[in-house]
Design a binder for this molecule. Structure first.
Ligand code: CTP
Ligand code: MG
Length: 236
């Protein structure tokens, strides 16, 4: 009952405004995506990893030729237009090419989240493995939340912060149900910004597992400095 990991890594990183997609930028001695993969490469519960890569991406091949060359259990699938398309392509690869069973657990984790700790992976698995609806890492919202008046930047009212969470990754689900939910949501043109949002459309309610706020997604240039700090802190 090992599980598979899916890493969407086919984004262009537009908000990062760097000379290459952010997952290939240097960060504390290696690239962002190598930090991201490190957590799973050595994890005893992980059967293998499927990374969704853009067509014509020259950087992944460079990495596999050097740093990742000894890894037999790392596969690639083609990236898609949106994150959800990339994830669905990777799930299709698991089913069609690797013939992984539909009941198998799958962890989906952004390539752009290099500060994930082993502790949080284990916590998500411990609390979420028995959940038919899946489970996600999340952190409670800390700031006061304002709702704007429609089409303005003027406050309408203050939202009740109680019970509001930031959704992080990894997100854990069964391969079969997640693939069906993503395919259905994409086909119907519904918004799918994470795996849970696809499951929700099926009436499923994934478990919220409180994770570490340091598991940030590298999105803008300032996030690299933060990630550097967190990784050095974790290593020391
Ligand atoms: N991703 C993907 N396929 C896409 C878009 C995004 O696999 N078509 C991946 C990204 O590589 C990233 C994760 O999904 O690891 C989260 O997406 P995001 O932070 O939005 O990354 P980008 O889309 O690359 O960044 P931006 O939106 O700023 O262009
Ligand atoms: Mg994006």
């Amino acid at each position: 009952n090992k599980l598979w990991v899916v890493i969407p890594a086919a984004g262009v990183g537009a908000r990062m405004q760097a000379d290459r997609p952010k997952q290939y930028l240097p960060l504390v001695g290696k690239t962002v995506i190598e930090h991201t993969l490190a957590c799973f490469l050595t994890h005893p519960a992980v059967a293998g990893i499927v990374v969704a890569i853009s067509e014509g991406d020259p950087y992944w091949a460079e990495l596999t030729a050097t740093a990742l060359s000894e890894r037999g259990n790392v596969y690639t699938a083609p990236g898609g237009c949106e994150r959800a398309d990339s994830v669905l392509n990777a799930l299709d690869y698991l089913v069609n090419t690797l013939q992984v069973n539909a009941d198998t657990g799958v962890l989906v984790h952004d390539a752009a989240r290099p500060c994930l700790s082993r502790h949080d992976v284990d916590k998500l698995l411990a609390e979420g493995m028995g959940e038919a609806a899946g489970a996600i890492l999340a952190v409670p919202v800390r700031d006061t939340m304002k709702r704007a008046q429609p089409d303005t930047s003027r406050v309408a009212h203050t939202e009740d912060r109680n019970g509001l969470w930031h959704a992080l990754t990894p997100q854990l689900a069964r391969l079969g149900v997640l693939r069906e939910a993503l395919a259905h949501a994409l086909h119907a043109g519904l918004p799918v910004t994470d795996e849970a949002s696809a499951l929700e459309q099926f009436g499923l309610h994934p478990l919220l597992v409180e994770g570490d706020a340091r598991n940030i997604k590298i999105t803008r240039p300032a996030d690299l400095a933060l990630a550097t700090f967190f990784l050095i802190e974790a290593a020391g």
